[in-house]
Design a protein around this ligand. Structure first.
Ligand code: C2E
Ligand code: MG
Ligand code: MG
Ligand code: MG
Length: 279
């Protein structure tokens, strides 16, 4: 699926593209339309328990099926959404569709927690909590089945507001995760004060795990400290079995990456999980 995506992949968001070029405005309008008319789609990537291999949950990742440009990656359009008011309806769309999917799975007898990525802007938005509560209620999904992933940098932009939002969200029973950990400048000491339950180690530390002693030391000590704070640790970007073996020996909790499975549309994800369970 990813390979197909890459083949049709077109770069649309160039660094330095001015805010109000005609091209940029057109794209902005097209994204607004895609949000309104379901031109977006979610793909789901499993997270598995490193020790017993069992499916532990999934991450919902956004795709834009552009009528002319093909499949567009979120790294191409999320920044544009974040620089405009579009990030609000976009995140609302993602949360709503991810929870609708969890409801379909529940109705089919599958209990699969979903993690959704939210932006710094969303965290600072006073509407976020209400939006999440409303969507959970409409789809009748227990809050414990929703996890929200926030990057370190999102927390550092306005630490006070971030802390109060995280506290409200966690108070609802939602799990909060720090995404791409290690790429920002926050310390574990700062994270200790946050109502966060999950730490995802960035894939730039995971990929060289087997060959680079410094990276192995960083990952090992991050896992140790995170555990001493009671956090669950997820390794992202696990691309081969040797990495998974090292993570297991280090006591990492969950793993996510191409070695396990690529992000896939719901039907393919379900087929994967059925096969995975019987394997
Ligand atoms: P992320 O949240 O860190 O998501 C993980 C990214 O790594 C995904 O890229 C996933 O496809 C990719 N990945 C997973 N396993 C592997 C692996 O083994 N090797 C490598 N090289 N990559 C792997 P994707 O789907 O292109 O998303 C990129 C980023 O876009 C995400 O990073 C997240 O920051 C953002 N994003 C995606 N969906 C959403 C969304 O719904 N809302 C927001 N605000 N951001 C989103
Ligand atoms: Mg993420
Ligand atoms: Mg990540
Ligand atoms: Mg990332």
């Amino acid at each position: 699926y990813e390979a197909k995506r890459n083949r049709h992949h077109v770069s649309i968001y160039r660094a330095g593209m001015d805010r109000f070029t005609p091209e940029r405005l057109a794209l902005h309008g097209e994204l607004a339309q895609a949000i309104r008319e379901d031109g977006l789609a979610l793909v789901y990537q499993p997270k598995v328990n490193v020790h017993d291999g069992k499916l532990a949950g999934c991450e919902a990742l956004l795709r834009w099926q552009h009528p002319e440009r093909g499949m567009i990656s979120p790294v191409e359009f999320i920044p544009m959404a974040e620089n405009s008011e579009l990030i609000r309806p976009l995140t609302a769309w993602v949360i709503d569709h991810a929870l609708a999917q969890v409801r379909l799975w529940l109705d089919a007898g599958l209990n699969i927690p979903v993690a959704v990525n939210i932006s710094a802007r969303n965290l600072l938005d006073a509407d976020l909590v209400g939006l999440v509560v409303d969507s959970l209620r409409r789809h009748n999904v227990p809050p414990a089945l929703l996890e929200l992933e926030v990057t370190e940098s999102a927390l550092l932009e306005d630490p006070e507001t971030a802390l109060s939002r995280l506290t409200r969200l966690h108070g609802l029973g939602i799990r909060m995760a720090i995404d791409d950990f290690g790429t920002g400048y926050s310390s574990l000491a700062y994270l200790k004060r946050l109502p966060v339950q999950v730490l995802k180690i960035d894939r730039t530390f995971i990929a060289p795990l087997v060959t680079s002693q410094p990276d192995a030391l960083i990952v090992q000590s991050t896992i140790g400290l995170a555990h001493s704070f009671g956090l669950q640790v997820v390794a992202e970007g696990v691309e081969d079995g040797a990495i998974l073996d090292v993570l297991r020996s280090m006591g990492c909790d969950l793993a996510q990456g191409y070695h396990i499975a690529r992000p896939q549309p719901p039907a393919a994800f379900e087929a994967w999980s059925r096969e995975h369970r019987s394997a």
